[in-house]
Design a protein around this ligand. Structure first.
Ligand code: ZN
Ligand code: ZN
Length: 346
């Protein structure tokens, strides 16, 4: 049994801190309104600061998860977003960086409160294949957990997800895909060619509104649907900075990686283009997410933004994992706060 001064101090410190780390449900104390928590603000590129895409929209105490990239469940836990509050997952499209963490999000939500009902996963056509695949991939795992903990802790009926597909005809107006307890969610087509379907979502609750772009270039449909929204969360890429990574891959003899990187700029907006969309849609604030490439040095952020701040006069942020954008009911403006805390050893 190790008994150095260092291990005794560490044990005392962790005993003191654990209750606060484990307890706590910050969603319970949020003011009434619509809130957007950024869980993953990165892309598939390895990024020490930013995880794969995921946002948690909070309305009336319920959490709506938009996309579930790898490590979404872990980051949500660090933000103390209680998984038993998850009402549904909405997928924007089926690129791996947006679905890689779906199994873990479902698992955490299932066992958090012995969920009896399946998790609802909404998305355009294709969502049923993704959900069926995850259900199959996790079937053995959920069977082990029910056998180990018992059906009262891990009821089989709540282990699976159900897909809810909404139709999306070309040229169709943005369909209302969710309308419960004062929350309306509208889907709209974006342009992530050749990825189709690809959608974004608008959330309206108690007079406040937020729009999640999904992955897209500048999209007129987004500008139309986002009109007057309080907050727009838009993907963004810097061609100038990505070219540096592409060139480095070429010099290192990684020709396939160089070619893949060269293909990326044509299906994401730049920061100035996202700012144009925000200005034209007259939104109140803009948060840039899905940051490509990673920005390991603070000084790169201005290069990433280019002239975006001149194109959009509202609040403009580079989203970070753990950000919370609060849109209070009956108020104006967007307040930015942090939900993530430093956890020793994390
Ligand atoms: Zn994508
Ligand atoms: Zn993506």
């Amino acid at each position: 049994m190790p008994d150095s001064l260092r291990s005794r101090l560490a044990l005392a410190a962790i005993k003191r801190r654990l209750p606060a780390l484990v307890a706590g449900d910050p969603v319970a104390s949020l003011p009434d309104g619509l809130h957007v928590a950024v869980v993953g603000s990165g892309s598939p590129m390895p990024d020490a600061k930013r995880g794969n895409p995921c946002a948690a929209i909070i309305a009336g105490g319920r959490i709506f998860v938009v996309d579930a990239g790898e490590r979404s469940a872990e980051t949500m836990a660090r933000m103390r977003l209680a998984p038993n509050r998850i009402a549904a997952v909405l997928l924007t499209h089926f690129h791996s960086d947006h679905i890689g963490g779906l199994g873990a999000v479902n698992l955490q939500r299932w066992v958090a409160d012995a969920a009896q009902a399946p998790l609802r996963v909404l998305g355009p056509p294709g969502v049923e294949r993704v959900v069926a695949g995850f259900n199959e991939a996790y079937a053995l795992d959920s069977g082990y957990r029910t056998a180990h903990h018992g059906p009262e802790v891990a009821p089989p009926s709540g282990a699976v997800m159900t897909a809810e597909t909404f139709s999306f005809a070309e040229g169709e107006d943005a369909p209302l895909v969710f309308d419960e307890d004062g929350l309306k969610i509208t889907a709209f087509a974006v342009d992530h060619t050749p990825v189709q379907p690809a959608v974004g979502y608008r959330f309206d609750y108690r007079g406040r509104s937020a729009v999640i772009s999904g992955d897209t270039v500048y999209a007129p449909a987004l500008v139309r649907v986002a009109q007057g929204a309080d907050l727009l969360v838009h993907d963004a890429l810097s061609p100038q900075l990505l070219k540096l990574v592409e060139d480095a891959a070429g010099k290192a003899g990684q020709q396939m990686r160089r070619r893949i990187l060269a293909d990326v700029p044509d299906y994401h907006a730049t920061a100035p283009q996202a700012a144009d969309a925000a200005r034209e849609a007259r939104v109140g604030a803009l948060a840039l997410t899905h940051i490509v490439p990673p920005l390991p040095l603070k000084g790169l952020e201005d290069i990433f933004l280019s002239d975006a701040r001149e194109r959009f006069s509202g609040e403009l942020w580079l989203a970070q994992d753990g950000d919370l954008y609060r849109l209070r009911a009956g108020a104006l403006g967007v307040e930015r706060a942090r939900m993530i805390r430093r956890i020793p050893g994390a």
